[in-house]
Design a protein around this ligand. Structure first.
Ligand SMILES: O=C(O)CCC(=O)c1ccccc1C(=O)O
Ligand SMILES: [Mg+2]
Length: 331
């Protein structure tokens, strides 16, 4: 794990002093989940989020805590733009639901459509992508590593023209093989977000675009640093963050010297409730906002008490990882 992002790592009690464990129900199943839980906590620079997916081990999850601490203690980096274009995100739903989902992203001209979902067929993917093409001019797809090289090549040819294909296969060599075989640009997501070495993607010529997510990369500044050194155009995307985590994603996107693609920062509309006013696009754009004041406490969607305990204990363990305590590894 990298060095802590703030000079003096605040203690776990301080992080939890003004914090809430929240549960955000989702409108539509996404990535196999129907609700998100996370901790939001307040520091001198505003609110930060700690919401690693529940299956992540403590070492991987510690990067998410580093990102939350950066938000709460350092605040956002200096922006270079006032607005960030966002894509609509379409889960692996039936084609007849696509228009309704796209309706939650007012003015968005780019849709990211999930494909290669287990239990579905290529025909389902094509129908879903075509339904999105009926509504927006630009469509990208995200397979989340669900295809073999052969399947990816066949599917990409069958799906036809798209802006790019995100993570068609699970591994870097597979991405490189697909990229050599097709004309369509390839974006790397998991190969950056979950990799020991995100630069392997570049060394292997495996991608045209890097998808970057602030929380798993350990913060806004770490994301800007990666974007600066990786030598690929980047797309900043959410990790299904609450409005507090989204603020950090939007802030990172707003601070990038160069940003050519719509970002995956519109997922606030997937929740039926949020910890603060969500980032809903207007004309396909979101504006940076930073949460420093009181969050509306009575309307906060709180998690069950046993889940609260689980999250607080998890935060304390991840804090120990950041503090460089006894060496721990995820299996
Ligand atoms: O990029 C987007 O449009 C939304 C974010 C998204 O798809 C996502 C959200 C949480 C976890 C993984 C992913 C992903 O890109 O695979
Ligand atoms: Mg992805």
């Amino acid at each position: 794990m990298e060095a802590p992002v703030v000079e003096d790592l605040p203690g776990p009690d301080e992080l939890l002093a003004e914090s809430f464990v929240v549960r955000l129900p989702m409108r539509t199943r996404f990535r196999g989940i129907t609700e998100r839980e996370m901790v939001v906590f307040r520091g001198p620079a505003g609110w930060g989020e700690f919401g690693p997916f529940v299956e992540y081990g403590d070492v991987e999850a510690a990067a998410w805590l580093a990102a939350g601490i950066e938000a709460a203690y350092l605040g956002p980096p200096k922006p270079v733009r006032d607005t960030v274009a966002v894509n609509a995100t379409v889960p692996a739903v039936d084609a007849d639901r696509v228009a309704e989902i796209l309706g939650r992203y007012p003015g968005a001209t780019t849709a990211k459509v999930k494909v290669a979902e287990r239990g579905q067929t290529l025909a389902d993917d094509i129908a879903r992508v075509d339904a999105a093409r009926d509504v927006v001019p630009t469509v990208r797809v995200d397979a989340n590593g669900g295809w073999s090289v052969e399947q990816a090549i066949d599917a990409i040819r069958a799906i036809g023209d798209v802006e790019y294909v995100e993570q068609p296969c699970a591994t870097v060599p597979e991405l490189a093989a697909v990229r050599r075989a097709v004309e369509v640009p390839i974006a790397a997501d998991e190969s950056i977000r979950k990799a020991d070495d995100p630069y392997r993607v570049v060394a292997a010529d495996a991608a045209d675009i890097a998808v970057v997510k602030v929380a798993p990369l350990g913060g806004m500044r770490a994301t800007l640093e990666l974007a600066d050194t990786i030598g690929l155009p980047v797309v900043v995307s959410s990790a299904l963050d609450s409005a507090v985590g989204m603020a950090a994603g939007v802030a990172a996107a707003a601070a990038l010297p160069r940003l050519d693609h719509a970002c995956g920062l519109g997922t606030g509309s997937m929740f039926t409730d949020d910890v603060a006013e969500p980032f809903v696009p207007a004309d396909g754009l979101v504006e940076p906002r930073w949460f420093t004041g009181d969050l509306p406490p009575r309307s906060l969607p709180r998690a069950d008490p046993d889940r609260e305990r689980w999250w607080r204990e998890r935060l304390v363990r991840c804090h120990a990882v950041l503090a460089g305590g006894p060496a721990v590894r995820d299996e």
